[in-house]
Design a protein around this ligand. Sequence first.
Ligand code: PHE
Length: 447
Amino acid sequence: MNERAVFVTRFGGVLAAVGSAVGLGNVWRFPYETGAHGGAAFLLVYLSCALLLGVPLLLGELALGYVSHKNPTGTYRSLAPGTKWHYLGYAGAVCMVLVVAFYSVVGGWTLCYAASSLMGNVPDFVEFSSGVWAPLAWMTLFFVVNAVILLGGVAKGIERASNFLMPLLFLMLVVLCVRSLLLPNAVEGLRFLFKPDFSKIDGSVVVSAMGQSFFSISVGIGCLLTYGSYLPRSAKIGKSALAIALLDTGIALLAGIIIFPACFAYGVQPDAGPGLAFITLPNVFLQMSGGMIWCFCFFLLLAVAAVTSSLSLLETPTAILQEEFGMGRRRAVIVASCLGWVLSVLCAMSFSPQWSEQLSFGGMIVFDIFDKLTANIIMPCSSFLMAVFIGWKLDKKVFADYGITHRADGTTKWYGSLFIMAMRFVAPLCIFLIFLSGLGLLDGFLK
Ligand code: PHE
């Protein structure tokens, strides 16, 4: 067995977890889902899910890894030996490969936009994304970048990259926010984002908002469990979980404040779909002096944010292949990346008119199927099971002894029992009810 890598510093480890959470989910997926589901009403449910469910689940997931120092499968195996819980680890890894498949297509778009703005002109989104070779080539480049960093090892690769690039992205988003708010009609965009119309809330809005909140903080499938397992013993898990969720949600809000005013200023429909950010943002840059340079920097930083997320998606299947199947690091990285790449080809091609018919099922293209299936169904289901595991199966002493719920002197931390309540009742019940509402069974109550 390979020696396990650890993050060198506590801060670096937490930043890498932030790197996993902050990515295309905030800047690309959040605005497009919010736009597609009516704006502020969606935002409200999203925020409630992120804070009420996301934070405790995140704490639980990080803690599982921190306690076990193993990959998700190994974690469940060591904490509940002789049971079937470890399949949850495998299921999470499969979900990660599905996420990485469509995520890398968007990562490829981001790289392409960065490179083309350097050349002085940004492609037309529909024309570009429905092509064959260009999206494939950029997506492949995205995979290569990931694989190269992963082969460099956990501590060196991930930690170094996230340490200085994340704050830069944040600064850039703040600048863009100001620019976007000065556009004509910006108020309309803010109204769309912040003034809820409760009649718009139905089962599908609630399910999608929950899915988006879990997707955005990377919770439920074991990415953060793996990162938690690399944290040094000095880590403060509770504070980290809160910081990650708040930062992530803040960045999504910033992206919304940039994109929706721009939609209304340039007459782009908020429900334009997955291309929303790629259609609206270049318009904002063109308003700025040196617009193409801004555009370049922005898409480059976004690509970096995307890479720090996709690294977390590839790291866990890699760790499982290494630690559960005895593969060497190099082979594990290559197997995980190739698997993701093959599925990614299907996602990328499902946008192309030549293939979209073969690559759609039930009226949805493969890209959308992977996207909705993972975020709206698998991640909440697996979060549900994780909460049940922590709340009902795991011996409470484990989290107490490792200082998650209790202090060293044996007294309970202020959130100790709240956390356990969240795992036992609140999270499983809320996720269950949200699914019921998605099936339309609660519509009578919600209308
Ligand atoms: N949270 C990441 C983002 O917002 C995406 C992601 C989802 C990463 C699931 C890991 C697991 O971009």
